[in-house]
Design a protein around this ligand. Structure first.
Ligand code: G3P
Ligand code: CA
Length: 271
């Protein structure tokens, strides 16, 4: 499973559009994803929550307050209620220079909608968010991917879908259901000093994941070398500044999450 771990070069550093091209358009909306596709992102990043009536929807927070005109928890609202909300005006208010009337018309997308809209015309990098709040979400996610023909042999070979989570339990559940789906263990290092990763931890991740996704602020060149040396890929989040992107490319990472897919794409292909 580590066949992809050849040294990073321009053609194999993945441009992962974090919540779409969310530096330019409201995160997780169609304009954000369309722009990411136009900017030649390798993957569209999708954060999943679940509604009261058990529909998987694409939104980062467990609550509606920050990115919609609604309030309260996603899990306490039906999809019909959620579809009434405006998921773009917040962006226009926060970033007047980037405002666009179209943004105010955007609705929260369901997983089903985005998979129907792009089909196999894009690749998806999907996160099970708060899986402890949504028991069974993994099974529902896999069923939806299967219904959209994204788990067939060809799709798996092409890594059409990558699944990521901070929850090892969630990833292990998915791995048990389908060991061929490429998985990424997200990591969140806090506190003083750089994040540490032991051989023991890497052996555990290696059992189900092909990569780790650490927060960029807490890693360095030595971390990347150690993890890649073990045979795991490294996809840090979230890189937006061109100088930071360049520095991180030089460490030999295998991909990066960015709100500006154009910047990462430029940096990768100018090398
Ligand atoms: O999924 C990678 C990165 O997006 C994790 O952070 O909070 O933006 O989902 P978050
Ligand atoms: Ca995410």
């Amino acid at each position: 499973k580590n066949a992809s771990l050849i040294p990073s070069s321009q053609s194999n550093v993945l441009v992962i559009a974090h919540r779409g091209a969310s530096g330019y358009a409201p995160e997780h909306t169609l304009p954000s994803y369309n722009l990411a596709k136009k900017m030649k992102a390798d993957y569209l990043e999708v954060d999943l929550q679940r509604t009261k009536d058990n529909k998987l929807v694409i939104i980062h927070d467990e609550t509606l307050d920050r990115t919609t005109t609604g309030t309260g928890r996603v899990k306490d609202h039906t999809l019909a209620e959620i579809k009434n909300l405006d998921a773009g005006s917040w962006f226009n208010n926060m970033y007047p220079k980037l405002a666009d009337r179209e943004f105010a018309k955007q609705k929260i997308l369901t997983l089903d909608e985005i998979l129907s809209y792009y089909g196999n015309g894009v690749k998806y990098y999907i996160e099970t968010k708060a899986p402890e709040v949504y028991p069974g979400m993994e099974k529902e996610l896999l069923a939806m991917l299967k219904a959209h023909l994204l788990l067939d042999k060809k799709s798996l070979q092409k890594r059409q879908v990558i699944i990521q989570s901070f929850s090892a339990d969630s990833l292990k559940k998915i791995h048990k259901m389908n060991p061929d789906i490429p998985l990424v263990q997200l990591l969140w290092y806090t506190g003083k000093g750089k994040g540490q990763i032991s051989k023991k931890q890497m052996n555990i991740y290696d059992d189900y994941a092909f990569a780790v996704g650490p927060n960029i602020e807490k890693i360095d060149a030595a971390y990347v070398k150690k993890v890649r040396g073990h045979g795991l890929a490294v996809h840090p989040y979230t890189l937006n500044d061109p100088n930071a992107i360049q520095k991180t490319l030089n460490w030999g990472v295998d991909g990066m999450f960015t709100n500006y897919p154009d910047r990462l794409h430029d940096a990768v292909f100018k090398r």
